[in-house]
Ligand binder design. Structure first.
Ligand code: ADP
Ligand code: MG
Length: 314
């Protein structure tokens, strides 16, 4: 379990005003849980990540990793986790095997243990037959796979990753995230991953939202979505006049909740959705070019959470 309590951090540069990057963050990640910490650029994700890796000392607060106080016993705490940095951390002139051998030596693993684990761990990757090739000959997605394999060689109980999918194409990104999820379940690891792409939290057990150094929400993606509201139906028309015509009609019906998304698209919601859709098609079919269900996205959740926070501040 990772327990972050009242962590604050400010960057103090002599010539510049100091920047409060983290403001009293409290976050508990249960054992075996996969948490994605999301937030836009500059929200403080990497600062929190650097504190968890022991690279920055927080101005205040405590971090406990599987019962070990990180700030009091950094060496001991670091034994229990693996790290994947945002910037590639492999030596591109060395082979996959050599990069992994350095990591294994740092963690006191024998050569035999290394060879055995590599055979097991590379099986899901697309580089299993490239063990002795220099890393610089691999694609970005392959190199990320190697970083993940390397970070897990010593079988850590936790895995920390800072924007690990940066620079990957959509397919490699999806494959990488699927591999993380599979390995997390297989080894029952506690995983904390940061991402500025809100949809990357879709597969997480819980999503934490960081905004301007403050943690604004931490819950399952579905529960966070439910705070915005239920599924809506998006009704698209060709012309604004047609959309307006439908709007005027629906507005008169009891129990319909309406939102105008654009001049030609409106979103509606109703407790008796099938009946409402039937009516809609019966009376306005000629004005509808498309009808679709719209589930709130995790980006909608972020917008909603930050807006409510700003309203509370006023
Ligand atoms: P994120 O990873 O979410 O993009 P960061 O943790 O990198 O955010 O940054 C949080 C805030 O701290 C930003 O305002 C950023 O400009 C500032 N910051 C980050 N690194 C430094 C640094 N080395 N010196 C001064 N300010 C920094
Ligand atoms: Mg960052």
């Amino acid at each position: 379990m990772i327990k972050i309590e009242s962590i604050s951090y400010s960057y103090r540069n002599k010539s510049l005003p100091h920047i409060v990057a983290l403001d009293k963050i409290n976050l508990t990640i249960d054992s075996g849980e996969f948490v994605v910490l999301t937030g836009p650029n500059g929200s403080g994700k990497s600062t929190l990540f650097r504190i968890l890796c022991g690279l920055l000392q927080p101005s205040r607060g405590t971090v406990t990793i599987h019962g070990v106080d990180l700030l009091q016993h950094p060496q001991r705490a670091r034994q229990s986790y693996g790290i994947v940095f945002q910037k590639p951390a492999l030596d591109s002139h060395l082979s996959i095997f050599e990069n992994c051998a350095i990591h294994a030596a740092l963690y006191g693993m024998s050569r035999q243990q290394l060879q055995q684990r590599l055979q097991e761990d590379l099986s899901w990757t697309s580089v299993a037959d490239r063990l002795h090739q220099p890393v610089k000959t691999l694609s970005g997605g392959m190199a990320r796979q190697v970083e993940l394999v390397k970070s897990l060689l010593h079988r850590p109980r936790c895995l920390l990753m800072d924007e690990p999918t940066t620079g990957l194409d959509p397919i490699s990104r999806r494959e990488f995230l699927q591999a993380v999820r599979r390995l997390q379940q297989q080894h029952q690891m506690t995983v904390l991953m940061t991402s500025h792409l809100f949809e990357e939290a879709e597969a997480a057990d819980r999503m934490a939202i960081l905004h301007q150094g403050q943690l604004l929400a931490h819950d399952t993606p579905d529960r966070l979505r439910a705070t915005i509201g239920p599924e809506m139906v998006a009704v698209q028309s060709e012309h604004p006049d047609q959309s307006d015509h439908i709007w005027q009609d629906l507005k008169r019906r009891p129990g319909v909740v309406l939102q105008r998304h654009s001049p030609t698209e409106l979103w509606c919601e109703h407790a008796q959705l099938p009946e409402m859709l039937y009516d809609l098609l019966q009376h306005h079919r000629q004005f509808i070019t498309s009808l679709s269900f719209r589930r709130p996205t995790l980006e909608d959740v972020f917008v909603h959470v930050t807006r409510s926070h700003e309203e509370q501040q006023r």
